[in-house]
Design a binder for this molecule. Structure first.
Ligand SMILES: Nc1ncnc2c1ncn2[C@@H]1O[C@H](COP(=O)(O)OP(=O)(O)OP(=O)(O)O)[C@@H](O)[C@H]1O
Ligand SMILES: [Mg+2]
Length: 253
C-alpha cells in the first residue's frame, strides 16, 4: 500500500555466477500496477462489448415485428384501437431507447491488435485532452430538451496507418480556420488556456503522426459535433516484439 493505493510489483532475483564465497545478485523490481489494471479494464471492456452485442442482436427483429403487426393488423382492429396503437408505439420506442443505451458504452475498437511504438503516458495525456474537449463541447450545448451527449472512440488500422477517432455530438468545431485551433493559446472557452490541442498535436507529431479536425460524420446523431482524428504510423508485430525484447534486455543489463 502506498498513499492508500495498492500497487503490484514483479520482483525477480538472479544469482550471478561467482566464486562460492562471493556471489552477487541482480534484483529487478517492476511496478506492474498499471499493467494489471489495464488487463483488468480490457477484460471488462470485452465483457461489456459482448453483452452489448448480444443485447443488440434481437432488437431489430423485435422492432420489425412490432411494425409489421401495426401494418398488418392495424386495419382490422376496430375495438380498442387506441390501446393497440399505444402498445405498438411503446414497443418501438423502448426498443430504440435500448439500442441507443447499448451504443453509449460501446467503443468501436479494432478486433485485431494494433501495433505501433508509443509512449503510453504521453498518449494517455493526448487522449485525455481530446476527451475533455469533447465533454466540454457537449456541456456547451444548452436549451435542448431531448439532448443527450455521446462520445464515440474508434481505433482501427488502414493500410500502414493506425487511426484513432474521438467523435462527439457537442457544439461542433468552428467553420473557419480550424487548423489554427492546433496552435497554442487558441481558445473559444472562457476558462480555456488553448493549450490542449497544441499539446496533443506535439505528442502526435512526435510519434510520427498527424491530426485532422472534422465535423462528426452524418450518421452520428445527425452529423452535429466534432471528429478529432489522430493518424499514426503502424509497425509490424515482429518489430514491436523485437523492440520490447531489446528494452527488457537493456533494462536487465
Ligand atoms: N470536440 C470539440 N468540439 C468543439 N470545439 C472544440 C472541440 N475540441 C476543441 N474545440 C475548440 O478548439 C479550441 C481549442 O481547444 P484546446 O483544447 O486547445 O483549448 P481549450 O479546450 O479551449 O483549453 P484547455 O484545453 O486549456 O482547457 C477550444 O476552445 C474549442 O473552441
Ligand atoms: Mg482543451
Amino acid at each position: 500500500m502506498r498513499g492508500g493505493l495498492t500497487s503490484t510489483f514483479n520482483v525477480q532475483i538472479t544469482i550471478e555466477d561467482g566464486t562460492s564465497d562471493e556471489r552477487s545478485y541482480v534484483v529487478t523490481i517492476d511496478d506492474i500496477t498499471d499493467l494489471v489494471q489495464a488487463q483488468r479494464s480490457t477484460a471488462w471492456a470485452d465483457v461489456a462489448r459482448r453483452i452489448a452485442h448480444e443485447i443488440k442482436n434481437p432488437l431489430t427483429p423485435i422492432q420489425l415485428s412490432a411494425e409489421r403487426i401495426r401494418r398488418r393488423y392495424g386495419k382490422v382492429i376496430t375495438e380498442d384501437r387506441e390501446v393497440f396503437d399505444q402498445c405498438v408505439e411503446t414497443i418501438v420506442r423502448q426498443v430504440g431507447d435500448i439500442g441507443r443505451m447499448v451504443d453509449d458504452f460501446e467503443q468501436r475498437l479494432s478486433e485485431t491488435p494494433l501495433y505501433g511504438h508509443f509512449d503510453s503516458r504521453l498518449l494517455g495525456q493526448a487522449f485525455g485532452n481530446i476527451i475533455k474537449n469533447a465533454s466540454e463541447a457537449i456541456e456547451a450545448v444548452t436549451g435542448e430538451d431531448d439532448y443527450h451527449g455521446h462520445i464515440l472512440l474508434k481505433a482501427y488500422q488502414d493500410k500502414d496507418q493506425l487511426i484513432v477517432e474521438v467523435i462527439d455530438n457537442g457544439k461542433g468545431l468552428p467553420g473557419d480556420n480550424r487548423q489554427r485551433l492546433l496552435e497554442p493559446y487558441m481558445t473559444t472557452r472562457e476558462k480555456g488556456t488553448g493549450l490542449g490541442l497544441a499539446i496533443v498535436r506535439k505528442i502526435v507529431e512526435d510519434h510520427g503522426g498527424h491530426m485532422e479536425l472534422h465535423d462528426a460524420p452524418a450518421d452520428f446523431y445527425n452529423g452535429r459535433g466534432a471528429m478529432i482524428r489522430m493518424v499514426f504510423p503502424a509497425t509490424s508485430p515482429d518489430a514491436v516484439v523485437k523492440a520490447d525484447n531489446n528494452t527488457t534486455e537493456e533494462l536487465q543489463a
